[in-house]
Design a protein around this ligand. Sequence first.
Ligand code: PMP
Length: 304
Amino acid sequence: MADRDGVIWYDGKLVPWRDATTHVLTHSLHYGLAVFEGVRAYRTDHGTAIFRLEDHTKRLFNSAHIYQMKIPFSREAISEAQIEVVRRNELESCYIRPLVFYGSEKMGVSPRGASVHVAIAAWPWGAYLGEEALKQGIRVKISSYARQHVNVTMPRAKIASTYANSILANAEALDHGYDEAILLDTQGFVAEGSGENLFIVRDGVVYEPDIACALTGITRASIHQIAADLGLRVESRRLTRDDLYIADEAFFTGTAAEVTPIREIDGRQIGAGERGPITTQLQKAFFDAVSGKTPKYHHWLSKV
Ligand code: PMP
C-alpha cells in the first residue's frame, strides 16, 4: 500500500503518497487509539460522488469526541479534504480512509500532550469479499471470540483497537475455511461481523440484531431506509445464533462489504443456499442509490 503514486491529505496538505509517513514512536501505534472511517465514492452518470460523506465525517468526529481526541480541523474541512483527495487522485469509484492518530511526543498510556494528526487516503477497492460473493453469497462462522462489551471499548466509536478483536474472529473463520466471522456479544446474542453489520430475513420480515455492542453502520441505516421505502418491515431485536441458522436469508452490510449475501453459517445452509429474493431486491436498490440512479436518494451523494 505504501508504494504508490498519488497524493494523501496529511494535516492539511496534499503530500506525495510515498512521503505520507510517521515516526515509529507514534502513540497510536503503541496503544491502539486511532479513530478512522471507511467511506466509498461511486461513479454516477453525473460524475463521481461520495456516499453519505457528511454522515461518515460526523461519525469520525463522534468517535474522536468519545475518546476525547481533539481533531485540529473543522468537520467542513475534513469533508472537503475527502472530496479533494478523490479529485486530485482522479479516482472514479474508490474507497476513502480518513484516520486520526496521536503523534510521537510521548510514551505512556495517557495521550495527553501528544499532537493529533489527520491523514486521508483514497484508492480503488473493488468488492471487499470478492465480486463472486455479491452474487453467490459467502460462508460465515460464528466466532468463539465475543464482541467487546459496551464497557470495554465503546462501540459507537470506530477506533483502531476494536479491530484487534475483529482480526481474531476473522482469522479464526479463515482458518476454518470460512469467508468471514460473526461475533456474538458477551451475553451470547448476535452483534455483528468483523467489519460489517448483519441482517436476516424471516417470513418476509427483515430483522437486525440489537446493536448495543455493534457499530452503528451507515450502510445499515441506508438499508433501513431503502427497505422501508420498498414497503418491507424492518425490526431490531435480540437475535440468537440459532435465529440465524433458521433464517430464510441473511446478509452483511458495510461500506467495504456493501450488501453481501450470506449463504451458509456454521455448516448450516441459509434458505436456499444462495442470494435470497429480498436480499437481491435490497442489494439492487442499494447499488442504484450509491450510483445515483434513484433521485430520492440523491441527498446521500456529495459530488466530487
Ligand atoms: N461494523 C464494523 C465492526 C465495521 O468495521 C463496519 C465498517 N465500517 C460496519 C459495522 C459497517 O459500518 P458502515 O456501514 O458504516 O461502513
